[in-house]
Design a protein around this ligand. Structure first.
Ligand SMILES: C[S@@+](CC[C@H](N)C(=O)[O-])C[C@H]1O[C@@H](n2cnc3c(N)ncnc32)[C@H](O)[C@@H]1O
Length: 255
């Protein structure tokens, strides 16, 4: 839970098998107000399309996940009928799930590619172009410390003028006691989401299991301020947090 200047990045091997199969269930237990945050991102893209007369926005979704009902790619394809989405993920299984769901429903408006943002060869020829919007939901906090700044700069360089970077990124307070409270509230949220019959009587045991799973995924925790600074440092003209709740903020950065 302590900021670590040499974090190697999340464990990309975590995102397979049961984690893919039970993705929606796991999100329902861990991601408070996810639907509200996803809808806000869609709404902001619609707003900037209207402001800048963009009729068919191209969108790159980093860490797109399995394309199920509560993922960002799904919300974008459903909410912005004229858009096309390229989804990127380091997990083959996530991409297979996304392609089978989203290509079946939206045809060639969705395509997925495998790439790892902690590697220098992230920008494969298939995706190495400019986009109106680059977005990400619950994925950028798996960046390594070494890649945070360079990758944000690469994102900036792959966005057209007047385009935007919009990302929901996990973070916690710099204040130890506040961070502890934020983490506790997230676990309590999951506990309360469980049907009573599935809720273990011992909250401490549930908490320990939750912390064990979190450790496996290995989020690179930083404060919202640190993310703001890093995104500003990439060159964006206007950057702010437009939604914040406990361990997650939605950042909006305009080029
Ligand atoms: C919490 S899920 C978010 C999925 C989706 N964006 C959503 O809206 O629910 C995090 C995703 O980031 C991907 N991921 C983790 N590390 C990555 C990396 N180094 N490069 C690319 N994707 C990564 C995982 O495979 C997983 O699909």
């Amino acid at each position: 839970m302590v900021d670590n200047e040499t974090h190697p990045g999340g464990n990309k091997d975590y995102w397979q098998d049961d984690t893919v199969k039970k993705y929606e269930y796991q999100q329902a237990l861990t991601s408070e107000k996810k639907a509200e945050r996803l809808s806000l991102i869609v709404r902001m893209i619609q707003h900037f399309c209207n402001m800048n007369s963009i009729s068919s926005p191209s969108i790159l979704d980093i860490g797109c996940g399995p394309g199920s009902a509560t993922t960002l790619s799904k919300y974008l394809l459903e909410g912005i009928p004229e858009c096309s989405v390229i989804g990127i993920d380091s997990s083959e299984q996530m991409l297979e799930a996304a392609a089978s769901r989203l290509c079946a429903e939206y045809g060639d408006r969705f395509s997925g590619y495998k790439a790892n943002f902690n590697n220098l060869d992230f920008w494969k020829p298939e995706i190495d172009r400019e986009y109106n919007f680059i977005v990400s939901f619950a994925s950028m906090h798996y960046l390594s410390d070494k890649r945070i700044k360079p990758f944000l700069k690469e994102i900036y360089e792959h966005i057209v003028d007047n385009g935007a970077f919009i990302a929901a990124i996990g973070n916690h307070s710099d204040g130890r006691r506040i961070a502890e409270m934020e983490h506790l509230f997230r676990i309590e949220f999951g506990y309360n989401q469980l049907e009573e019959s599935r809720r273990p009587p011992d909250f401490q045991a549930f908490k320990a299991r939750h912390e064990e799973t979190d450790k496996k995924a290995d989020i690179n925790w930083h404060s919202p301020e640190k993310w703001l600074q890093s995104i500003r440092g990439a060159g964006f003209e206007e950057v702010d947090i437009v939604f914040h709740l406990l361990l997650s903020s939605v950042f909006l950065a305009l080029k």
